[in-house]
Design a protein around this ligand. Structure first.
Ligand code: KIV
Ligand code: NA
Length: 278
């Protein structure tokens, strides 16, 4: 199977067929997401939160995303892969920005890049698209601007805020993005955006009217030692507890000498390969 294309994504919007997106950061998460049949995987700078335990995405570097994107490319070979442009990697000169995009595509094997922002990045987005690189927009709660936004606040709660979000979405559409992620906003705001632009709107914490949904991998399977349930997340498993309990049982069995048992040990005269895999 081939990764879907940005043209197929637009068709999915016109056909009312929801787009499924999750994040992935390494080979197993990418491979499992692909086998589960997601449409798009994102190598998100959320890796700073969920696998490095930074307080925000700001410390995440281009090298971090390239490193993780390479692993994701080996796991999700047949899935459309988007890589996040980290904090301040697309606000300098055009040359510098294009160099960063080049690394995500050539070294990280991404099919597209994602950038946070609206009207203020319209020109930059346009130049990247002109270079032949599909760009995914990202508006609403934009974690790289968290200190300017003043915290993880729900966006689009008043008419001026909705107006601004709409203007941002339209600017990005003009600049040529193939879709827009809308994060943490009222359902009403996301519904208007999805209705007023032709490109797919993919929501995370943005309600039911979006053209697709995105959840962070570690949130959706609860792969965290200190999970704090957010209202917009639905957890489909409790992988954190499963891992903790498994390791605790292993520790117990080592201490009581219940592991290893006869079935786990080697003896002279056994065929090596067969012996290794049981
Ligand atoms: O980094 C990420 O995972 C993201 C999504 C949460 C939108 O940008
Ligand atoms: Na991100």
């Amino acid at each position: 199977p081939k990764p879907l294309t940005i043209h197929k994504l637009r068709e999915m919007k016109s056909n009312g067929q929801p787009i499924v997106m999750t994040t992935a950061y390494d080979y197993p998460s990418a491979r499992l997401a692909e086998e589960a049949g997601v449409d798009i995987v994102l190598v998100g700078d959320s890796l700073g939160n969920v696998i490095l335990n930074y307080e925000s995405t700001i410390p995440v570097t281009l090298d971090d995303i390239v490193y993780h994107a390479r692993a994701v490319a080996r796991g999700a070979m047949h899935t459309f892969r988007v890589a996040d442009m980290p904090f301040m990697t697309y606000h300098g000169s055009l040359d510098e920005t294009l160099r960063h995009v080049r690394r995500l595509m050539q070294e990280g094997h991404a099919h597209a890049v994602k950038m946070e922002g609206g009207q203020e990045i319209e020109r930059t987005v346009k130049r990247i698209v002109q270079a032949g690189v599909p760009v995914l927009g990202h508006i609403g709660l934009t974690p790289q601007s968290i200190h300017q936004l003043g915290g993880y606040k729900i966006q689009g709660k008043d008419p001026q805020s909705v107006r601004r979000l709409l203007d941002d979405a339209k600017a990005l559409e003009r600049a040529g993005v193939f879709a827009i992620v809308v994060e943490l906003m009222t359902e009403e705001a996301a519904e208007r955006i999805a209705r007023e632009v032709a490109i797919p709107i993919i929501g995370i914490g943005a309600g039911r009217s979006c053209d697709g949904q995105l959840l962070v991998y570690h949130d959706l399977v609860r792969y965290s030692p200190d999970y704090r349930g957010k209202k917009f997340v639905k957890t489909y498993a409790d992988v954190g507890s499963l891992i903790r309990d498994s390791i605790a049982r292993y520790a117990d069995e080592v201490r009581t000498r219940a592991f290893p048992a006869e079935e786990h040990v080697f003896h002279a005269g056994q065929d090596s390969v067969k012996a290794l895999y049981g």
